[in-house]
Ligand binder design. Structure first.
Ligand code: NAD
Length: 246
C-alpha cells in the first residue's frame, strides 16, 4: 500500500485529495496545522490512515512530523504539498516585511522543507506534487507575498524535478484557477474577491471543484505520469489562456 502525505489535508483541496487517494487504495497521512482536525479527518477515512499536526512553515515541526512517521516505519511514496494560505489585498505601499515573510514561509519554504524531508527518505523513488496557482503566472495586484511564493513554487518544482530525476523522484506542480474552498469563501466574505466577475472572466464560466484538482494530483502522482517531471499543469478552466475582457 502506497503511503501518501498530504499537507493541509484537513480542509479544502487537501481534504478532497485525501478522500480520493484513500478511496483509490493509498494510505493517507494528513499533515495539518490544525492537528485535531487532521486526526478527525483521518479517522473518518478508516483505520489505515493517519492525521498528525504539522506546521509546514516551521522546520522543527516538519522534522518532528517526519520523525513521527519514521517511528511508525512509514515512508512516503508520494507527497502532495498542498498547505497554503491566501493573501490580503492591502495596497503595496502599506505592506510590511513580516507579512511578506509569513506568506513566503507558509507557501514556499514549507513546500521546500516538506519536499526535502520526503525526498531524503524516498530511496526507491517517489512522486511529489506541489500546489502552485494562477497567481504564479498572472498578476493579482496587492497579493505580493502570495504571488511571489507561488512563482517560487514553480521555480522550486522545476529545480527539484531536474535535480532528483536520477533518483527516480518526479516533482511536478498543479496551477489551479479559482477553486470553491474556504480560502476563496473567506476572501469573498472579506470583500477581497468578486465571485461574479471571476465567473465572467473564466472561459468555463464557473469555479473549479476541489475534486477536479484532486484528479490531476492523482494522475501526476501515479505511474501513468512516469515521463512527466519538472512540469506545471494548469487546472484553471482556461483562465491563463484567456485574453479577452470577460
Ligand atoms: P484552505 O484554506 O481551504 O485549506 C488549506 C489547509 O492548509 C487548511 O486545512 C489549513 O489548516 C492548512 N494549513 C494552513 N497553513 C498551514 C501550515 N502552515 N502548515 C500546515 N497546514 C496548514 O485552502 P485551499 O483553497 O484548499 O488551498 C489549498 C492549496 O491550493 C493552497 O496551497 C492554495 O494556495 C492552493 N490554491 C488554491 C486555490 C483556490 O482557489 N482555492 C487556487 C490556487 C491555488
Amino acid at each position: 500500500m502506497r503511503t501518501t502525505l498530504i499537507t493541509g489535508g484537513a480542509d479544502g483541496i487537501g481534504w478532497a485529495t485525501a478522500q480520493m487517494f484513500a478511496a483509490r487504495g493509498d494510505r493517507v497521512v494528513i499533515a495539518d496545522i490544525k492537528g485535531d482536525r487532521a486526526l478527525e479527518r483521518a479517522a473518518s477515512l478508516g483505520a489505515d490512515h493517519l492525521g498528525l499536526p504539522c506546521d509546514v512553515s516551521d522546520e522543527h515541526s516538519v522534522l518532528g512530523f517526519f520523525t513521527a512517521l519514521d517511528a511508525r516505519g512509514l515512508t512516503a511514496g508520494a507527497l502532495i504539498n498542498n498547505a497554503g494560505a491566501g493573501d490580503t489585498a492591502k495596497p503595496s505601499l502599506e505592506q510590511d516585511a513580516a507579512h511578506m515573510r509569513r506568506m513566503l514561509d507558509i507557501n514556499l519554504t514549507g513546500t521546500f522543507l516538506m519536499a526535502r524531508e520526503a525526498a531524503r527518505r524516498m530511496t526507491h523513488g517517489g512522486a511529489i506534487v506541489n500546489l502552485a496557482s494562477i497567481a504564479a503566472l498572472t498578476a493579482l495586484p496587492g497579493r505580493n507575498g502570495y504571488c511571489a511564493a507561488k512563482a517560487g513554487v514553480v521555480a522550486l518544482t522545476r529545480n527539484l524535478g531536474c535535480e532528483w530525476a536520477d533518483r527516480g523522484i518526479r516533482v511536478n506542480a498543479v496551477a489551479p484557477g479559482y477553486v470553491q474552498t474556504d480560502l476563496v469563501r473567506t476572501l469573498e466574505r472579506e470583500g477581497l474577491l468578486d465571485a461574479d466577475a471571476i465567473r465572467r472572466r473564466s472561459p468555463i464560466g464557473r469555479f473549479i471543484e476541489p475534486a477536479e484538482i484532486a484528479e490531476v494530483l492523482w494522475f501526476l502522482a501515479s505511474p501513468a505520469a512516469s515521463a512527466i517531471t519538472a512540469s506545471v499543469v494548469p487546472v484553471d478552466g482556461g483562465w491563463t489562456a484567456f485574453g479577452a475582457a470577460g
